[in-house]
Ligand binder design. Structure first.
Ligand code: ADP
Ligand code: MG
Length: 324
C-alpha cells in the first residue's frame, strides 16, 4: 500500500493511535495545538533538527526503523547537551505520494520505540507531501531547573575538556556504507547513534559540567563552538582521544584526521573543574559510559592539537558545514 491510498488524515490517525498518554500532556495530537503542563520551577528547553533524504540519510543505506530512531535521537542529544530531561516532541514529515506505508510504519516504529525508551511523548506535528524525497523535522522539548542548564558559554581557563564514549566511529561507518558495507559496529554507530541522555542530565543535576555540547559536527568543530562562546582556547592531547578497536583497525594510518573532524557520534563533549575529575569518572562509570579527559581549557582562542610525541598537529578537514 502507498501513502496516497491512506491519505493525510489516515496517516495522522495511524500515528495518533500508537501514542501513549503522559501526565505532562494535557492535550495531545488532534486539536489545532497541543497543551502541555510544565514541571514547576523548570525552564522549557526546545530544539529542532531536520533530516533530509540525500543530505542526512540515504534510504539505500538505512532501514526505516533505524532512521526513525536516529531522527529522534539527534534531537534528544541536543537536549542532553543542555542537561535537560526530554519530555515531548513534535514530528513534521514531508513524504513522496508513492512512499510505501510499510516504510512509513517502519519509520514510525523506530521513532516511537525511541520515544518510549527515553520517556518522551509525541504531541503533534505536521504532515505534507514532498516532491523531493522524505523530509523529517523534529522539535523536542525538555526541562531543567534554570540554575542547572548547561550552556556552551560556561568554560573557564584551567578546566578539563572531557568526552563520553568514543569518537570517529560514525564517520568511519559512513565511509564503510559508501563502500557497500551494511552492518557492523561502525555502521551501526552511523545509522543508530545512542543519545547520552542520562549522562547529560546527571552532569547537569550534579553541577559538574561547566559547558557542554554534543558531538554532531566533529570534536574540533564542536569544541570550537564552546571555545568561541566561552571566550577561551583549548589544548587537545591527541593521544587521549578515545577510539574504538573497530575504528583503530579502520583508520590504521591516521586515526586523528577522522577522529577530530568526523561528526555524528552524538557523544557529549564537556568541561569540568579539575577537582571534579574523580566525581565525574565515578558518575559515568555508574552509567557504564566511557569517560576520557582529552585536553584543557587555555587562555586565548582556537584549538591547539598536540600529538603523543609533543608535536603540533594540523587538521585538514574542519568538520561538517552544510554550505561548504
Ligand atoms: P492543521 O491543519 O490545523 O495544522 P493538521 O491537520 O496538520 O492540523 O494536524 C491535525 C493534528 O494532527 C494536529 O494535532 C497535529 O499536531 C497532528 N499531526 C499532524 N501531523 C502529525 C505528525 N506527523 N505526527 C504527529 N502529529 C501530527
Ligand atoms: Mg498542520
Amino acid at each position: 500500500m502507498k501513502l496516497k491510498d491512506l491519505g493525510e488524515f489516515g496517516l495522522i490517525d495511524r500515528i495518533a493511535r500508537q501514542v501513549h498518554k503522559a501526565p505532562s500532556v494535557v492535550l495531545g495530537i488532534g486539536d489545532d495545538a497541543a497543551a502541555l503542563a510544565p514541571t514547576a520551577e523548570t525552564l522549557t528547553l526546545i530544539t529542532s533538527d531536520m533530516l533530509l533524504d540525500g543530505v542526512h540519510f540515504d534510504l539505500n543505506f538505512t532501514d526505516a526503523k533505524s532512521l526513525g530512531r536516529k531522527s529522534l535521537s539527534v534531537n534528544l542529544s541536543d537536549l542532553a547537551a543542555m542537561g535537560a530531561t526530554p519530555r515531548q516532541f513534535l514530528l513534521g514529515i514531508a513524504l513522496p505520494k508513492d512512499f510505501s506505508t510499510e516504510l512509513m510504519d517502519g519509520f514510525m516504529a523506530g521513532v516511537l520505540e525511541q520515544a518510549e525508551r527515553f520517556g518522551v511523548t509525541l504531541v503533534g506535528g505536521d504532515t505534507c507531501s514532498s516532491r523531493s524525497g522524505l523530509v523529517v523535522s523534529i522539535t523536542a522539548l525538555g526541562e531543567q531547573r534554570p540554575e542547572r542548564v548547561v550552556k556552551r558559554s560556561g568554560a573557564s581557563v584551567g578546566e578539563l575538556v572531557c568526552v563520553t564514549g568514543t569518537v570517529g566511529d560514525a564517520a568511519a561507518g559512513l565511509e564503510l556504507l559508501r563502500q557497500g558495507v551494511r552492518e557492523g559496529f561502525l555502521v551501526s554507530r552511523q545509522l543508530d547513534p545512542e543519545p547520552r541522555i542520562a549522562v547529560g542530565v546527571a552532569l547537569a543535576d550534579n553541577g559538574l559540567a561547566t559547558a557542554m555540547i554534543d558531538v554532531s559536527d566533529g570534536v574540533v568543530a564542536d569544541l570550537g563552538h564552546i571555545c568561541e562562546l566561552s571566550g577561551v582556547g583549548a589544548r587537545l592531547q591527541l593521544g587521549a582521544l578515545p577510539f574504538s578497536d573497530e575504528y583503530r583497525t579502520f583508520c590504521a594510518d591516521d586515526p586523528y584526521a577522522l577522529g577530530l573532524s568526523g561528526g555524528e557520534d552524538y557523544e557529549l563533549l564537556f568541561c569540568i573543574k579539575p577537582k571534579h575529575r574523580d566525581a565525574v569518572a565515578d558518575l559515568l562509570a555508574g552509567f557504564g559510559v566511557k569517560f576520557s579527559v582529552i585536553g584543557e581549557v587555555v587562555k586565548g582562542e582556537g584549538i591547539e592539537l598536540v600529538t603523543p610525541d609533543g608535536a603540533p598537529y594540523q587538521v585538514v578537514q574542519k568538520g561538517f558545514d552544510h554550505f561548504q
